[in-house]
Design a protein around this ligand. Sequence first.
Ligand SMILES: *Cc1c(COP(=O)(O)O)cnc(C)c1O
Length: 372
Amino acid sequence: MGIHPDFTTDPQDWLIRHGCEAPVFFFSPKVLADTALFFEENFPGEVTYAVKANPAPGVLQTLCRAGMRAFDVASPAEMAQVRAVCPEARLHYHNPVRAMSEIATARGHRITSWSVDRASELDKLGEIAGQEIAVRLKLPVKGATYDFGSKFGAEPEAAVTLLRTVVARGGRPSITFHPGTQCDDPTPWQRYIEVSACVAAQAGVRLHRLNVGGGFAAFRSTRAPDLQRVFSAIKQSVQSAFGDAQPALVCEPGRAMVSEAFTLALGVKALSGDVVFLNDGLYGALMEWRDIPAPERITALAPDGTPRRAAPMPRTVFGPTCDSLDRLPEALPLPADLQEGDRVMIRGMGAYSQCLATGFNGYGQPHLVVTE
Ligand SMILES: *Cc1c(COP(=O)(O)O)cnc(C)c1O
């Protein structure tokens, strides 16, 4: 991936000046820092960042400079990525299934905060006195674009037993959950918080912390999601469910933290009838489009930067590889006056995009340009 460090204020200007035909990500550290500040000022607890959404060094560096001091990591590689730019950060190792070698690496990184969802993985941690062990809870809740409870998590009864074991071994007991990604309604958090309080009460344990996960929605349709509404609902639920035994709160947004900081500029390679060939697709930065499309966040520009304004018409969109699966699952509405050589600009592409792009068939490695 080519990195163009020259600062530009405007992606359109950059594209006109450079006439670059490859896909380009425009990254705005300012938008990211503002989003971090928004979370910091409005979420009623500690804000950490889920590194997997976008581990680019510029992203981690911007968050560190914006004051973030704790990160949610899932692998040794992510630990090293955070340490490289933010050596003093606290790392929450919230992948509940770990190889012994990964546990050893984590200890080398001075990790003292872990999540578990089964007794065998708690046993693997060995000595846990004084360390935070967050029991990962799972519930059958609806509201997210896709569900995170299908892989990890202990059901309430098992969570009660795990919490008791953590306390018996001298660990600091917390609960963590993930309501599912791109969740714009507070209901799943409310439900999880109520059950967390019951689980803690049943275990007879006062929680050290309650980690309400990620899942906060990014701007994917016509309106930005109302995160304030979700934060207030979380705060209220914790007050009413825990009363005077309120734990400190933590959240770990990935998607909502980083999405708006990136705009993806793709190029139209060819047009024929209602078929459009773009220079990137499902094997590249649009990997997630199948599950979470954002057709409303697209604009099309002529090579001189003029917006294409004709009414949209549905197009079949292929990516650049020679694989027939490289096709967006739904027709995409693109302006009727779209032409070969035009740019398709997609806003809000910072999460699960750059990091998922493969290099299949020699495509899918967009340039990165830093903007203001
Ligand atoms: C992926 C993940 C997150 C971030 O989820 P988003 O939906 O991107 O906010 C947070 N916590 C854990 C444990 C995760 O696996």
